[in-house]
Design a protein around this ligand. Structure first.
Ligand SMILES: [Zn+2]
Ligand SMILES: [Zn+2]
Length: 127
């Protein structure tokens, strides 16, 4: 599903196997097959975990992940824009090409993330 298979993500805070909470955390509950869980920083999410159908939790978590990804990408694009706008003219042609390629890749990733978000939202509505 959307290429997140190997990683489990917390339904409360969105932390994951790869990116634990700052203070460090472990799984209170985890469903490796579905790729979702509840981490030790989010004990209040255990109620959701126990009372919400697993399929709905997965869909909600997909929307959350896609939204987080978009926020990340947007800030990366913004940072690139601000930091490099003035420097661009002064860059050697080779660097300008690299910059443009990097920007294009980012915009591409951003578009992909928007599509993922739309798909995740559609699936959420199908419950
Ligand atoms: Zn958590
Ligand atoms: Zn956590």
């Amino acid at each position: 599903m959307l290429g997140f298979e190997c990683e489990s993500v917390c339904i409360g805070c969105g932390c994951s196997d790869m990116r634990a909470c700052d203070e460090g955390c472990y799984w209170l509950a985890v469903d490796r097959e579905e790729g979702i869980g509840v981490c030790s920083s989010c004990p209040e999410s255990m109620k959701d975990w126990e009372s919400t159908p697993r399929g709905l939790l997965v869909r909600k978590s997909l929307v959350k992940r896609a939204t987080d990804q978009i926020v990340d990408l947007r800030s990366t694009v913004d940072a690139l824009r601000v930091s490099d706008l003035n420097a661009f003219d002064a860059m050697p042609a080779k660097e300008q090409r690299m910059y443009l390629a990097r920007k294009e890749a980012l915009v591409e990733a951003y578009r992909g993330a928007l599509v993922s978000l739309e798909m995740a939202k559609v699936r959420l509505e199908q419950v």
